[in-house]
Design a protein around this ligand. Structure first.
Ligand code: NAP
Length: 244
């Protein structure tokens, strides 16, 4: 049975990715940072709903030893790691000149170094297996930049660069690496945005709505599947036409 590791799987887009992969028959490791109860209850839901194995694992992806432990938990329990979805992330709205050293480090540490840490640990296993698929969750703001989100945009642009370079390096070993760039997606990450702003974002989105976590998860599940065997190093916008 195939095994998937999803970081930031306690809620939002990560949880939807875990559901999509469980539906496809993967055993899933659900990474989270603080929401232990929610992640453990979610694991139970996946086990009873889809008849797969699911384990919630607390691991801060910005700390390499914790990322190593997360991937190692998958390998020890299931003997392989077929899919890694690097989804864990944070966002912050702040004027560029007011971003502190700590906020910059936290953003890059979580959103970019976290992808490096988990991918490095998983790549060692995938190279030995001669197969694997990594999907990194970037953002449309990593493609075009967002005002008052310079540190976020920089971290997500870094994820796109990492994806493209790593795809070239790992393709000869049978490992694919792709990237999904969501647009505006209804999750806790939007909780600080007021209704008026959400309304304007909907108006700016050509398809006339904001996205759901499932919109992103379906594209992730496709990129992980055999139907995407010839696809690597690609950046897929899932944004309702917001960025074209
Ligand atoms: P969310 O609802 O805020 O969930 C964030 C997830 O990441 C949670 O599971 C959280 O765990 C986990 N997490 C945060 N920091 C972590 C760390 N240091 N180590 C491990 N896990 C950590 O976010 P979301 O909206 O689903 O976003 C998921 C990804 O999509 C992010 O990378 C985000 O940048 C990207 N994205 C989102 C949108 C959007 O509009 N929502 C758009 C573009 C891109 P806990 O529950 O334990 O805190």
């Amino acid at each position: 049975m195939k095994t998937a590791v999803v970081t930031g799987a306690s809620r939002g887009i990560g949880a939807a990715c875990a559901v999509a992969l469980a539906k496809s028959g993967y055993n899933v490791i659900l990474g989270y940072k603080v929401n232990k109860e929610r992640a453990e209850q979610f694991a139970e839901v996946l086990i009873s709903g889809y008849g797969i194995a699911a384990i919630a694992v607390q691991a801060d992806v910005s700390v390499s030893s914790e990322a190593d432990m997360l991937i190692d938990t998958a390998y020890r329990n299931f003997g392989r790691v077929d899919v890694l979805v690097n989804n864990a992330g944070i966002a912050q709205f702040k004027l560029f000149t007011e971003i502190t050293d700590q906020e910059w480090s936290n953003m890059i540490g979580t959103n970019l170094t976290g992808v490096f840490n988990c991918s490095r640990a998983a790549a060692k296993i995938m190279i030995n297996q001669k197969s694997g698929s990594v999907v990194n969750i970037s953002s449309m703001w990593g493609q075009v930049g967002a005002s008052c989100e310079v540190h976020y945009s920089a971290s997500k642009a870094g994820v796109i660069g990492l994806t493209q370079a790593l795809a070239k390096e790992l393709a000869p070993s049978g490992v694919r690496v792709n990237c999904v760039c969501p647009g505006v997606i209804k999750t806790d990450m939007l909780s600080e945005i007021d209704e008026d702003t959400i309304g304007s974002l909907i108006e700016e989105t050509p398809v006339g709505r904001i996205g759901t976590p499932k919109d992103v998860a379906d594209s992730v599940a496709f990129l992980c599947s055999d139907r995407a065997e010839f696809i690597t190093g690609q950046v897929l916008g899932v944004n309702g036409g917001f960025v074209i």
